[in-house]
Design a protein around this ligand. Structure first.
Ligand code: ASP
Length: 436
């Protein structure tokens, strides 16, 4: 069986086991003894340990992979002096897709009105917001003062700036530059091999993580917030299966179905980890090896996208804003909604793709339009599950933009994109070729 199939099966099995233990926990049909055993030794024991080791091993690869891969990519790019054009196109598309996502969410939420009739929820909610960074802080923070510190903290934007500068300098350094470029290209192969080795264990990791997380999820809040939950899901689906395919077809003429099919393993990773940042190794490999996007484009667009492009998150914020405004009976008007589009789009730049960060950004958005932050406490009850789904949408957006940009730059291998005989999730690193 190919690795992709195993990963998808592991996801289904993990969700099933998680749901069963959640049900056993809430119903207590097996009595406290057996339920306690399942909780202590399986869901919060074995599965939890395996899941946490799995996330750790993914995170382990993020910084070395992004740094080395982007140095190689920037090196190749600088030779053709395309860095500026590539960066401009990518940023523009990321901003546009996010703005489209939040607009879609606002329109759907205003049409379906998830908060009308639910005003009683507004009563006793309370919420302590975490401090969010100011815009000037966000911009200054993109530039590193110490590359080692940036890597230690996993600050993706700072690592990107450092790697771009280094790649550019290598390409302009003649013979010494060529020697260093050769070293980084070799190192890149070795790191890919490391990712390949870890991927063999991915199905177990996905299973364990989902079994634990789904078992711990509280589903009690969902019926009460069903309308909000449903509108967010609907908007996420429409964006992923409507807006992205349309964009891909219009701007590159490529088959959206192929892209969605090939991105499946990366989506499963995003769904189970709820973190675009931790999923970078898989997204990067999938985009390069399965979609045929050249490393010089993907090494820049994928880590950047995981950090600043969060369309799924923007959708949640759009629906949540309308929902909260309806709960509290506050009409923020057209200017309010335009402010939401702008703030949510900009807010996504300053926050990393990790679980739950969308709610911190939501605090920024609500503050900007003068809505009560207590509303966050209400939507928080169903946020984890939505977080998983929206993270899958977030990384799909990154891959769509990467493919469009690569096509327009002549950096897309279309025979790889169209090849149906793919099994690989990652390259095995031996000779740069993909295996299953
Ligand atoms: N978990 C999301 C991500 O990593 C961010 C969020 O919506 O909270 O992309």
């Amino acid at each position: 069986m190919g690795l992709t199939k195993k990963i998808v099966l592991a996801m289904i099995a993990g969700i099933a086991v998680g749901l069963i233990s959640n049900l056993l926990n809430t119903s207590q049909v097996l009595g406290p003894g057996i339920t306690g055993f399942i909780n202590n030794y399986l869901t919060n024991g074995l599965f939890d340990i395996v899941g946490r080791i799995f996330i750790a091993s993914l995170k382990l690869m993020v910084v070395p992979l992004v740094l080395v891969s982007l140095i190689c990519g920037a090196c190749a790019l600088s030779e053709g002096s395309r860095v500026g054009v590539l960066a401009g196109k990518t940023l523009l598309l990321y901003l546009l897709t996010t703005a489209a996502a939040i607009t879609l969410a606002l329109v759907l939420a205003l049409a379906i009105q998830p908060g009308v009739g639910m005003e009683h929820l507004a009563g006793d909610a309370s919420f302590e917001p975490k401090a969010s960074p100011s815009l000037s802080e966000v911009i200054v923070n993109i530039f590193p003062t110490n590359p080692v510190d940036a890597m230690a903290k996993g600050n993706m934007l700072q690592i990107i700036v450092f790697a771009l500068l280094m790649g550019y300098a290598i390409s302009r350094s003649g013979k010494p530059g060529q020697r260093i470029a050769g070293f980084f290209n070799d190192l890149n192969e070795v790191i890919l091999r490391m990712v390949g080795v870890l991927m063999v264990f991915a199905p177990y990791g996905v299973f364990a993580l989902l079994a634990t997380k789904i078992a711990q999820l509280g589903f009690d809040a969902i019926p009460q917030l069903a309308k909000y939950f449903g509108v967010v899901l609907l908007a996420l689906l429409l964006h992923a299966l409507g807006v992205y395919p349309l964009l891909l077809k219009l701007l590159s003429g490529l088959s959206p179905l192929k892209l969605i099919k090939k991105m499946r393993p990366a989506m499963v990773f995003a769904f189970s980890t709820a973190s675009s940042a931790a999923t970078i190794p898989v997204t990067l490999q999938t985009v390069e090896k399965r979609l045929g996007v050249d490393n010089k484009v993907a090494s820049f667009t994928v880590p950047l996208g995981a950090t600043i492009n969060m369309d799924g998150t923007a959708i949640m914020q759009g629906v949540a804003t309308v929902f909260i405004s309806q709960l509290y009976g506050i009409d923020i008007g057209l200017m309010g909604y335009l402010t939401v589009i702008l703030t949510a789009t900009l807010a996504s730049i300053g926050t990393a793709g990790v679980p739950g960060v969308g709610l911190i950004m939501l605090a920024m958005v609500l503050q900007q339009v003068g809505l009560p932050l207590e509303g966050i406490a209400i939507v928080m009850g169903v946020d984890r599950l939505l977080d998983m789904v929206r993270t899958a949408v977030n990384i799909t957006g990154d891959s769509v933009v990467s493919t469009i940009v690569a096509k327009s730059e002549g950096a897309l291998n279309e025979s790889t994109f169209n090849d149906d005989n793919y099994n690989s999730v990652v390259a095995d690193g031996r000779d740069g070729t993909a295996t299953s």
